[in-house]
Design a protein around this ligand. Structure first.
Ligand code: GTP
Ligand code: MG
Length: 370
């Protein structure tokens, strides 16, 4: 067929028709549920709603859920993605640094070479854990606002000499709202005033019941500075990730999320992304938020150039035509023309939204239907 109705398109994406209509309105297209729309518009809507469009025949738009939802037999185990959260000064950065130093690959490569927003640790067993660094919090929050998920597990750092504090509670609320399991790292155990029992009891107020108190939340006593029990914490993470049965299809066009991005004077736009599905390769064309580009170079968390990055791998992308925002999703596209089209459309939409805000939020459709 040359066209597709809004309703049918919605069904193929498993989205509500009303949401498709709203998305169309944002794009400046007025359509009712039974109205037919042309393939190009349909493809844009599909992409805009986070699905991957696939045209079966020229002129025919098939959103192909088989592509959006990977078949069970294509799903292979992947490393867990962990975000470290906690109150100010409770030792998030220290713990990340200490955990990074446990990476067996770090010693081979001759130490830590650079700082990016995410890194991966290989344990002596060969198992891997991906950690999102502090800027990951922004991505975490931005993604959560859109209902998407970056983090599999939250490690909540609580200083043993300070106990549960406002940002501890905030992190618990965030994690619970996102449905992400929590592991408690009771840090600074080397300090004189350390009182892990107090921490465990205080956590009950926020309905975190640790194993020692008969609950099912793991809690590990650690010291980031003395590098105490880091292996136990890593074991706890692996145990939790086994329960979650984390899997992804590595054998497809990649998508994922931007963890951080900046304009580097020497290298141009550099975006650190976390691949969530598929394998990202040098030469791939992608859209990230409102920018697009062809991957010129991929750099891993040790500063080494790599050819590809699979699920749960953090990697820097060079070659984008602009700087995306933390929390933006990226999708590998089938052609430069399509990538440019989607990026242009989003850039236009963002500009319109900005103008609308500047005008006091009145008068445009974009603002009204938000
Ligand atoms: P913000 O990023 O500012 O929220 O802090 P943070 O949670 O990243 O804490 P950071 O790692 O910067 O540590 C804060 C202070 O606590 C620093 O002076 C660290 O040296 C100290 N610290 C962190 N972990 C430990 C620990 O295990 N034992 C002791 N004694 N001090 C620690
Ligand atoms: Mg810090």
């Amino acid at each position: 067929p040359e066209t597709i109705t809004v309703q049918e398109l919605a069904q193929r994406m498993s989205e509500r028709s009303a949401d498709v209509v709203k998305t169309l309105m944002r794009m400046g297209v007025m359509a009712t549920i039974n109205q037919a729309i042309d393939p190009d518009t349909a493809e844009l809507v599909v992409t805009e709603m986070g699905h991957r469009p696939k045209r079966v025949a020229e002129g025919d738009v098939e959103t192909a859920l088989t592509e959006s939802v990977d078949a069970p037999e294509t799903m292979l185990p992947r490393p867990p993605v962990v975000t470290i959260m906690g109150h100010v000064d409770h030792g998030k950065t220290s713990l990340l640094d200490a955990l990074r130093a446990t990476d067996v690959a770090a010693h081979e490569a001759g130490g830590i070479t650079q700082h990016i927003g995410a890194y991966q640790v290989t344990l002596p067993s060969g198992q891997k854990i991906t950690f999102l660094d502090t800027p990951g919090h922004e991505a975490f929050t931005a993604m959560r606002a859109r209902g998407a998920k970056v983090t599999d597990i939250v490690v909540l750092v609580v200083a043993a000499d300070d106990g549960v504090m406002p940002q501890t509670k905030e992190a618990i609320a965030h994690s619970k709202a996102a449905g992400v399991p929590i592991i408690i790292a009771i840090n600074k155990m080397d300090k004189a005033g350390a009182d892990p029992n107090r921490v465990r009891t205080e956590l009950l107020q926020d309905e975190i019941q640790v194993e020692q108190l008969g609950g099912d939340v793991q809690s590990i006593e650690v010291s980031a500075t003395k590098k105490m029990n880091l292996d136990k914490l890593e074991e706890a993470i692996l145990l939790q990730s086994e329960v979650l049965e984390l899997k992804a299809n590595p054998d497809r066009a990649a998508d994922g999320v931007v963890v951080e991005a900046q304009l580097d004077p020497g290298r141009g736009s550099v975006a650190t992304v976390l691949v969530q599905r598929g394998t990202l390769k040098v030469g791939d064309v992608l859209v990230a938020g409102a920018v697009w580009g062809r991957v010129r170079r991929l750099v891993d968390d040790r500063g080494n150039a790599v050819d590809s990055a699979g699920p749960a791998f953090p990697v820097e992308i060079l070659g984008l035509d602009g700087t995306p925002q933390a929390g933006d999703e990226f999708h590998v596209m089938e052609s430069e023309a399509r990538a440019r089209e989607v990026a242009d459309f989003r850039a236009r939409r963002d500009r319109q939204a900005q103008l609308a805000r500047a005008a006091g939020g009145r008068g445009t459709l974009e603002e009204m239907i938000k």
